[in-house]
Design a binder for this molecule. Structure first.
Ligand SMILES: Nc1nc2c(ncn2[C@@H]2O[C@H](COP(=O)(O)OP(=O)(O)OP(=O)(O)O)[C@@H](O)[C@H]2O)c(=O)[nH]1
Ligand SMILES: [Mg+2]
Length: 325
């Protein structure tokens, strides 16, 4: 494969080239990895940036529906929108790929939208790299907004927050008790809290839930990257398409403020540093996991167990073996 021409096609916004490049970054083959790295290097020179919006929330809260309605609104304004999904559990992604495809029917027909479901890969480290690289590819292809959906369980929301410029938490209308159900860490990561399904019978509950969260957010420590009045809680209806313009206006206000105050650049730089360190960790772990290294580990482990060598001396031998490979 000629990465050169692939790069040119991506820079020209060719969606098939983009899809092919994402397949390349998803591949576990060593030659594909080398091509993907070369391609990403080449594209980085273009220096294109999109607004990366991470979206998290419990299953069924309406993330996909929101992304479709919100995405349609953005494309309606002439913006180009890419949608990616992070779904670390392969068992779930089997179902949600199908579900998302049917739910994002309108958006998937838009010529200014690109939707890429999560690959059926269960290892979070692999999913993180693939998503990060897919974002970079979408940026190079000239998308204005990249939306990243993740289901709000486990570590996946931290992963997505670490690669987003804006991290949105989508919540369902619920009684005050359920406020406790949202982990503090997630509330602290959220740049905006959207109470979805503020329609029909649920409208009044959604308004109450929104007030509860607005109160809770005010109590949380203020972060330097938030101007006055942020993080905001707002009600939306993805189905009835209410509140989407207001939410987008707030996102733009927040983003403009952060750019002006230097937080955008700082955050991108911190994230790049974080992912560099993660990559080093993963690469080291991968090198420790080769059959040869596992054998060596077992061998030294047995010596440690029998008291022939101290744990720290064995660890040093292990590491010197590793650097010799
Ligand atoms: N009343 C109402 N229902 C909604 C709204 N948004 C989504 N739903 C419904 O909620 C259900 C789940 O919506 P999805 O968009 O698939 O939710 P999700 O968060 O993407 O779900 P997973 O991907 O499975 O985690 C569907 O039946 C939607 O029609 C809304 O604004 N109002
Ligand atoms: Mg979904």
């Amino acid at each position: 494969m000629q990465t050169d021409s692939l790069a040119d096609r991506i820079l020209n916004g060719d969606r098939r080239a983009l899809a092919r490049a994402i397949t390349l970054v998803e591949s576990g083959r060593a030659d594909h990895r080398a091509q993907a790295t070369a391609l990403l290097d080449e594209l980085a020179g273009a220096g294109r940036q999109a607004l990366r919006i991470g979206l998290s929330g419990t299953p069924g809260v309406g993330k996909s529906t929101f992304i479709e309605s919100f995405g349609m609104m953005l494309t309606g304004q002439g913006l180009r929108v890419a949608v990616l999904a992070v779904d670390p559990s392969s068992a779930r992604s089997g179902g949600s790929i199908l579900g998302d495809k049917t739910r994002m029917e309108r958006l998937s027909r838009e010529k200014n939208a690109f939707i890429r479901p999560s690959p059926s890969q269960s290892h979070l480290g692999g999913v993180a790299r693939r998503t990060r690289e897919a974002i970079a590819l979408c940026e190079a292809a000239g998308f204005d907004v990249v939306l990243i959906e993740t289901v709000g369980v486990g570590q996946s929301e931290t992963v997505v927050a670490e690669m987003s410029d804006l991290f949105l938490l989508l919540l369902a209308p619920a009684g005050g008790d359920e406020l406790q159900g949202v982990k503090r860490g997630i509330m602290e990561m959220a740049d905006m809290v959207l109470i979805n399904k503020a329609d029909g019978d649920l409208k009044a509950t959604a308004t109450r839930t929104c007030a509860d969260y607005a109160g809770a957010l005010r109590l949380l420590r203020k972060r330097p990257q938030d101007p006055d009045g942020f993080p905001k809680a707002m009600t939306v209806s993805a189905v009835e398409e209410h509140g989407l313009e207001q939410a987008w206006a707030e996102m733009q206000t927040l983003t403009a403020w952060r750019r002006e105050a230097g937080h955008w650049a700082t955050s991108r730089a911190t994230q790049a540093q974080y992912w560099f360190e993660q990559e080093v960790r993963h690469a080291l772990l991968a090198r420790l996991s080769t059959p040869q290294m596992r054998d060596r580990m077992d061998e030294l482990g047995a010596k440690v167990s029998s008291g022939n060598i101290s744990p720290s001396a064995a660890a040093e031998q292990m590491l010197s073996d590793l650097s010799g490979h």
